[in-house]
Design a protein around this ligand. Structure first.
Ligand code: FAD
Length: 320
């Protein structure tokens, strides 16, 4: 079932969460042991992130450096298929622009269609380590908007090159498309208005719903929704929540995701000496945020597990 149908048919507030593919060399059992405890709550859908290849350098015998490319977290599509097969729950693979030319994207969508996966979360993708800006070669998409357009073309039966489509009647795909939104604005956007201008373009191109970047102050989310609505963006907006789990994250989350953490939460965490209690503070904050969002009528809350499913379990147990 499509995410948008889960949302529109929901009689009560739902939740979803996203998991990361395990590091190269790990097992699908790692995914199942993350998911098994969360199945108690019947999640309607689960997202699986996509991580593009990384470059690293090794020193050769002659002293020169050799550049190597590796996917440290491969397996997104396979994991989605395994989730759907084992749990009968809809899986949402993240699809990114970075590292995919248009033909590779079309092939990936054909694979997803064969696997019965008709949901995707469409993103530009993170910048490669060691690169300051997101660079896209000529035959790759530069913005998520272009990827939404390519998927919608396929939904209408428009392949990249019809010469090679050996059927008179093209199979119509029917992907439900989610896109990202940023309550505290995307870090590259000059201001929130410009960011919303491009968010609206993704919606006009056919996005069905928005999932937000994590935030720790619900006011930011409520303002964002208000601004979206006044700009004419009317599709569902799913808030993204993450419980802070360590002191280190007080700095790492803002530097990685360009967000603010309210002073009250910062102070509470800073004065705590016990690591477990820091995690507990993060869980309680996320519970408080979730309760307020749920009471405000939000239909789905999306949780970022970031390899800490046990914390998400505690939050969901308290809310759902
Ligand atoms: P875009 O919508 O393309 O926007 C990027 C920037 O360009 C914005 O500043 C926007 O205002 C601007 N812009 C957009 N369109 C145009 C245009 N036509 N002309 C000029 N400027 C424009 N990253 C991963 O690598 N893998 C993942 O699995 C992943 N999952 C994520 C899930 C969620 C819910 C979120 C919020 C983020 C996720 N990310 C992931 C991170 C994401 O890839 C980065 O935040 C990336 O920097 C931007 O992605 P986007 O899709 O929002 O980009």
């Amino acid at each position: 079932m499509k995410v948008i149908d889960h949302i529109t048919k929901a009689k009560k507030s739902l939740f979803s969460f996203e998991i990361l593919p395990p590091l190269r060399g790990h097992d699908i059992k790692d995914i199942f042991s993350t998911l098994d405890p969360l199945m108690e709550f019947n999640p309607p859908f689960i997202d699986v992130t996509y991580h593009r290849e990384e470059f690293f350098y090794i020193k050769k015998d002659n002293g020169l450096l050799q550049r190597k490319k590796i996917s440290r977290r491969p397996g997104t599509v396979g994991i989605c298929a395994a989730i759907m097969n084992k749990y009968g729950i809809d899986a949402v693979p993240h699809l990114i622009c970075g590292g995919f030319n248009k033909q590779m994207t079309e092939n990936a969508l054909i694979d997803l269609n064969f696997l019965g996966i008709d949901n995707v979360l469409v993103l530009r993708g993170d910048t490669i380590k060691y690169e300051n800006n997101f660079l896209s070669p000529k035959d790759e998409h530069k913005y998520a908007l272009e990827l939404v357009e390519q998927i919608q073309d396929l939904n209408r039966g428009k392949y990249l090159d019809k010469t090679f489509v050996e059927r008179k009647k093209y199979p119509l795909f029917n992907f439900c498309i989610g896109v990202a939104g940023y309550p505290e604005k995307h870090f590259e956007a000059p201001n929130i208005e410009k960011d919303l201008f491009f968010l609206k373009k993704k919606v006009e191109a056919g996005a069905n719903y928005i999932v937000t970047q994590m935030f720790f102050d619900n006011k930011k989310f409520f303002n964002f929704v208000k601004k979206c609505r006044s700009e004419g963006i009317s599709i569902p907006i799913i808030p993204g929540i993450k419980p802070i789990s360590s002191k280190k994250q007080l700095n790492s989350l803002p530097s990685r995701f360009y967000l603010n953490i309210p002073n009250e939460l910062v102070k509470e965490i800073e004065k705590e000496k016990n690591k477990k209690m820091v995690s507990q503070i993060g869980i309680e904050w996320a519970i408080h945020q979730s309760k307020e969002l749920k009471n405000s009528g939000v239909k789905v809350i999306h949780y970022y597990t970031m390899d800490r499913p046990e914390n998400i379990y505690k939050v969901i147990k308290a809310i759902y």
